[in-house]
Design a binder for this molecule. Sequence first.
Ligand code: SAM
Length: 215
Amino acid sequence: MTDKYKYIGPLYDFLSTIYGGESIHNCKRAMLTNEYIKPGTKVLIAGVGHGKDAIRAAELGADVTVVDISETMLKKLQQAFANQPGQLKVRVVHADILTFDEFEQYDMVIANFFLNVFYKDFMLKLMHHLVRCVRPGGAFVVGDFAYPSGNPLKQLVQKGYWYIAAIIFYFASDNAVHEIYNYPELMKAEGLKITDTRHYRYLGMNCYTSVMGIK
Ligand SMILES: C[S@@+](CC[C@H](N)C(=O)[O-])C[C@H]1O[C@@H](n2cnc3c(N)ncnc32)[C@H](O)[C@@H]1O
């Protein structure tokens, strides 16, 4: 497996903080609250990266499985776990998520800043695959760049802000450059019912959104 995050991976969370302050990290943990996570709730996090969301889920008592294709990202994740007090209950899977076929097993499947890495056709294939991992009645959560809203000038600035990140990661890790995806609409097209949406502001804009869809 090629590790596209070999060079930028170690800096990923640090760069996120510079680029989006705490709003990105808060967006990733938006649905990880006592309201949705009980001890034993089965949570799958795809393309987990450094794993701030995995730590929060495990702290709430969830039974967490994380999957990532990058060895570099998983090393940072393990370091983050080692810095936590106590033993976190997290199963770490080093794999391409498309080879992970635990269908209809999870109460909550999370894709945080994961689907935006791909061009639309492949992203839709991944979203469909992840939704298959959700049990009937379970939740699929996407935390990512918010679809542009507000007046045309605000939308332009919001798009420009996204393209800065997209272009940096195009060169750093061969990520896709594309328009901002409208996740709520794409999730509805997957047959999910949107039940919760939380916005995270940065630089005066609604830059990030966490969306929950029920299967
Ligand atoms: C943009 S990073 C987001 C990381 C993390 N979710 C976050 O919010 O910080 C995308 C992550 O997806 C992982 N990834 C990319 N393609 C993958 C695949 N096919 N299967 C599993 N993980 C993948 C990358 O290694 C990387 O850790």
